[in-house]
Design a protein around this ligand. Sequence first.
Ligand code: PLP
Length: 280
Amino acid sequence: MKNLGYYNGKQGLIEEISVPITDRAFYFGDGVYDAVMCRNNIPYLLFEHVNRLFSNSALLSITPPMTREELMHLIKTLCPLVDGDEKFVYFHISRGSGIRNHEFTTTKGNLCIMIKPQKIENIYEKMSLCTTKDIRFQLCNIKTLNLLPSVMCAQNAKNNKCEEGVFIRDGYVTECSHSNISILKNGRLITAPADCHILPGVTRAHLIDSAQKNGIIVREEKYTLRELMDADEIIVTSSSKMARGVDKIDGISVGGRDEKTLNLLQNDIYNDYLNSTKLA
Ligand code: PLP
């Protein structure tokens, strides 16, 4: 099939699956989500993403409707039903259903899954970014469905013919609308600390590991917009982009001074994806 939607056991085309208006995701964005790439029907780093979903659920007292193992099994069962070699798998758990009321009682969460064909493309093509004030709340470490500032940031980037928006909070770079951002400076990798202002990305963790494995010093510390503009290279990471370099921010040329290290890290991340999802 061309895509697949799943909601609490019902499945069909995404366009055909409907969600009851009592789902708390509908009026409060009361839920958590995650997403993985899938190649050759092997979801990449599935455990890491499902684990993050469950940790995030626990932080918000949301009760998943099934175990981690059951969810991983379900995703692996649904992937082959969708056409194509490479797919994007999105899944969320909302707190549950009920008449609209801010306070909640503990009910079983609702599970929604969407799978569509999507390729990882242009990984060696540089991106252009557009900065936006970070007006998000203090729960950016939790992948919640409340994404309005991220939606506005991404649209602002698009309106300015850029591929991604970068959030700036009090002069410091936090992350992008739907990816993390790190810099290379004098042979070191610098990335914002994993505090309440960024999502601790699975790909960011992979980038840190890869840098350390290659003898690159890693600093998880705050860096400013000026440091971003003066970086030797800028690396944007996410599960669907892997690791991409950047050549323009707000229309100004940036980076391009340490392509060797940039390519080393990009290759490490991309090759791991290819090797882990190779057909036996
Ligand atoms: N930061 C934000 C705000 C995101 O939404 C995402 C991914 O959706 C990321 C970072 C990257 O996370 P990951 O590498 O786990 O995909």
